[in-house]
Write a protein that binds this ligand. Structure first.
Ligand code: CP
Length: 303
């Protein structure tokens, strides 16, 4: 079955409504079961990663190869961006030589907006912008929750940790609430800033853990903390106050699952031994990410 919605660029959770989320989950699930992709070939894609990545970069490239796309190697550090070329001119160059799709991770929030406004002549897929959005992580998270429970309505999802700096939290809370899930937050109180209040209450961690169906942990993004915050940060203190210890894990519902976008700071937001615990779906998320990115790229390539 071919996807029906048209989407020239896939950059933000704002572009996804419950119907499109359901369509993409169904298509990604079909890919997981062996469905054949349907995109025009040849289709050329370049992955431009201006921030480090293990999962998103390799997962997009795996998805692209499974779709039959041709992947152009591109390293921003080896490109003329280092000589002052603008991102727009780099993308226009890639388009001029025949590239149809650019997958981009960039440290600037909403870097994609000026490019869309100037009608950049290729498809943009956002692989994460600063502390803004991470739509492919959001979609693979939704797929993983749907695979586990078969629905979103009535589920309680606890999002815990470095909320302020998390593009995952920003994307996921938008769609989860639209899909009928109840979202609650925990972690350091200072990171529960007013933007989160519209989506859910702050609940102390020991109260939150026993009530959730999904415990979604977030990495403490040390690279985005101020020098003063980094100097004050203690992994052991964080783990004791805001991390999931074996004792807290024991208070989860029998049916609850733990998710984390990874990379995990083992022993900080989650006890080392719990990364692969029976309730952990962290590596399932990564597996689902390939199929969800196939569905997202197929949608864009057919628009
Ligand atoms: N979850 C995620 O975005 O991981 P990477 O930073 O390794 O891509």
């Amino acid at each position: 079955m071919q996807t029906q919605t048209r989407m020239t660029h896939f950059c933000s959770a704002d572009q996804v409504d419950p119907a499109l989320a359901a369509q993409l989950i169904a298509r990604a699930t079909a890919f997981k079961r062996g469905a054949t992709p349907s995109i025009p070939l040849p289709t050329y894609v370049a992955n431009l990663f201006f921030e480090n990545s293990t999962r998103t970069h390799t997962s997009f490239e795996m998805a692209e190869r499974k779709l039959g796309m041709t992947v152009l190697p591109f390293d921003p550090k080896q490109s003329s961006l280092t000589k002052g070329e603008t991102l727009s001119d780099t993308l226009r160059t890639l388009a001029a030589i025949g590239t149809q799709v650019a997958v981009i991770r960039h440290p600037t929030d909403a870097y994609y907006q000026p490019l869309i406004d100037e009608d950049i002549p290729l498809h943009l897929v956002n692989a994460g912008d600063g502390a803004g959005q991470h739509p492919s992580q959001m979609m693979l998270d939704l797929m993983t929750i749907h695979e586990e429970f078969g629905h979103f309505d009535g589920l309680t999802v606890g999002i815990v940790g470095d909320l302020t700096h998390s593009r995952v939290a920003h994307s996921d809370m938008q769609l989860l609430t639209q899909l009928g899930a109840k979202v609650v937050f925990s972690g350091p109180r200072a990171w529960y800033t007013p933007e989160f209040e519209a989506y859910g209450d702050y609940v102390p961690l020991a109260e939150l853990v026993p009530q959730v169906d999904v415990l979604m942990l977030l990495r403490v993004q040390l690279e985005r903390l101020s020098d003063a915050e980094r100097a004050e940060f203690s992994a052991a203190t964080y783990h004791e106050r805001f991390g999931v210890t074996e004792a807290l894990y024991a208070t989860l519902k029998d049916t609850a699952i733990i998710m984390h976008p990874a990379p995990v700071n083992r022993g900080v937001e989650l006890a080392d031994a719990l990364v692969t615990a029976p309730k952990s779906r962290i590596f399932t998320q990564m597996q689902n990410g390939v199929f969800m990115r196939m569905a997202m790229l197929e949608l864009v390539c057919n628009s």
